[in-house]
Design a protein around this ligand. Structure first.
Ligand code: ARG
Length: 468
């Protein structure tokens, strides 16, 4: 008979039991469940609601169960609907009456909300840590590849030469914003629902603030109805994970492109590549593709929970049982993908010569040649037209701008002098763009320093791991 079996004359059949259960997914929050129960019992004893002896028995009983679950020796009973029942019935079996007093002033509704919040905090913290590791790799590469130039693109067409460091730092800043989003999901979860009981609070003189303190929650939720029915913090976590996956997917798309024969900008390490069962020459960027592909499931997790929540009347509804798998899946997927991306970046070979060669192609110097004329007094619009015509001339004669003779330049405009050649070098072009945030030498050095400082601030702000 289930723990709530008193008012029932018969139980559900085996399939119905299985359908209604959440035990499998709940196993991921077993330690959080026990942490919360130990705090609840401690609070009950402090308030004189249960005796000190009962509390001690409960505490050591729960500690023992936590150990068994961790070591895999705990015997799960399929008749337990969820982790709350599994732990409580085992505790009562082990220690008798004190175990049966644990659920005083508590409901599974505030209990599950508490467990998930503790879990969400743990997941968010791990993701923050993974985010820092990935950003560290990007910082190291940006430092290492200062001076290396590749074509910058718009519309995937060669636009202007940029520094590789600058390109990598663009990703650093994307992941920096993800850190902020993940940290705010952590903060959203960081509030204690325990004490809300089923929905309305309880007549027992609970000290909710004390439980919050024991569990390391920053605040206590001020409304019992909201406490048992809110899952916004999971949406926050899934949204943060979705955006971060989108960033990883963009990075991986570039890794796929850059490692192709057409680009040849990078060569992935063998440890992050796979072969083909039929084509002996193949070296495929599977892990970048898989990361790109896994982005879809994380978006799916977010959509699933938004949909579960949208029609729920206050307060607890069994639909809420569906809210756990998504965040667990999203967090594991993001965590794995950040680790894979870090490894791929750390081990890839950068083909600097190919990058430089490509940076010359596609008339990437055109803007600077137009600027050359504008700096000599020609209105920029007119300079734009003159250089546009020069590009057309080059295309018709199968030449690059750097292949033009001084005479050909001068024929396009008398303002051209021999020194125009200086403005055709992709490195010179990139290094000279020193507006704040630009790709120039000084600007990138300054940006790198700013990125390092931001990294240090975020590292300092990493929440401490949960303690029991
Ligand atoms: N297994 C439930 C869940 O995961 C726990 C809360 C059940 N509460 C209830 N009144 N049926 O959401």
């Amino acid at each position: 008979m289930a723990l709530w079996g008193g008012r029932f004359e018969k139980g559900v059949d085996a399939f119905t039991q299985e359908f209604g259960a959440s035990l499998e997914v709940d196993k991921s929050m077993a330690q959080q469940d026990i942490r919360a129960s130990r705090a609840h019992a401690k609070m009950l004893a402090k308030q004189g609601i249960i005796s000190e002896d009962d509390q001690k028995a409960i505490d050591s009983g729960l500690e023992k169960i936590a150990g068994e679950i961790e070591q895999g020796t705990f015997v799960w009973d399929v008749n337990d609907e969820d982790i709350h029942m599994a732990v409580e019935s085992k505790l009562t079996k082990d220690i008798g009456a004190p175990g049966a007093r644990l659920h005083t002033g508590r409901s599974r509704n505030d209990q599950v909300a508490c467990d998930i919040r503790l879990l969400a905090k743990d997941l968010a913290r791990d993701l923050l840590q993974g985010n820092l590791s990935l950003r560290k790799v990007l910082l190291e590469l940006a430092e290492k590849y200062q001076g290396v130039v590749l074509p910058g693109y718009t519309h995937l067409q060669h636009a202007q030469p940029v520094q590789l460091s600058h390109h990598l730092l663009a990703y650093f800043w994307m992941f920096t914003r993800d850190y902020t989003r993940l940290a705010s999901a952590y903060d959203a979860a960081d509030a204690n629902p325990l004490g809300a009981a089923a929905l309305a609070g309880t007549t027992y003189p609970l000290d909710r603030a004390y439980t919050s303190k024991l569990l390391g929650f920053a605040t206590t939720i001020p409304n019992s109805l909201d406490a048992v029915s809110d899952r916004d913090y999971l949406l926050d976590l899934e949204y943060a994970a979705s955006v971060s996956m989108m960033h990883l997917s963009r990075l991986c798309e570039e890794i796929v492109l850059w490692s192709s024969t057409e680009f040849g900008f990078i060569t992935l390490s063998d440890s992050y590549s796979t072969g083909s069962s039929i084509m002996p020459q193949k070296k495929n960027p599977d892990f970048a593709e898989l990361t790109r592909g896994k982005t879809g499931r994380v978006y799916g997790d977010l959509m699933a929970l938004l949909t579960v929540m949208k029609g729920l009347p206050l307060t607890y509804n069994k639909d809420l049982q569906e809210c756990k798998e998504g965040p667990l899946d999203a967090a594991k997927t993001l965590s794995d993908c950040m680790e894979i991306a870090s490894g791929m970046l750390e081990t890839m070979q950068v083909n600097e010569d190919t990058m430089l060669e490509q940076a010359k192609r596609g008339f990437t110097a055109a803007t600077d040649v137009a600027d050359y004329l504008a700096k000599k007094g020609m209105p920029f619009r007119e300079a734009h037209r003159v250089v546009g015509e020069l590009v057309l001339y080059c295309e018709q004669h199968h030449k690059g701008l750097e292949d033009l003779t001084p005479e050909e330049f001068k024929a396009a405009s008398p303002l051209f002098e021999d020194d125009v050649a200086r403005d055709l070098d992709p490195k010179g072009i990139a290094y000279a763009r020193n507006t704040y945030g630009g790709t120039g030498k000084d600007a990138v050095a300054e940006q790198l320093a700013e990125a390092k400082a931001r990294y240090a601030t975020d590292e300092d702000a990493l929440p401490a791991p949960a303690s029991n």
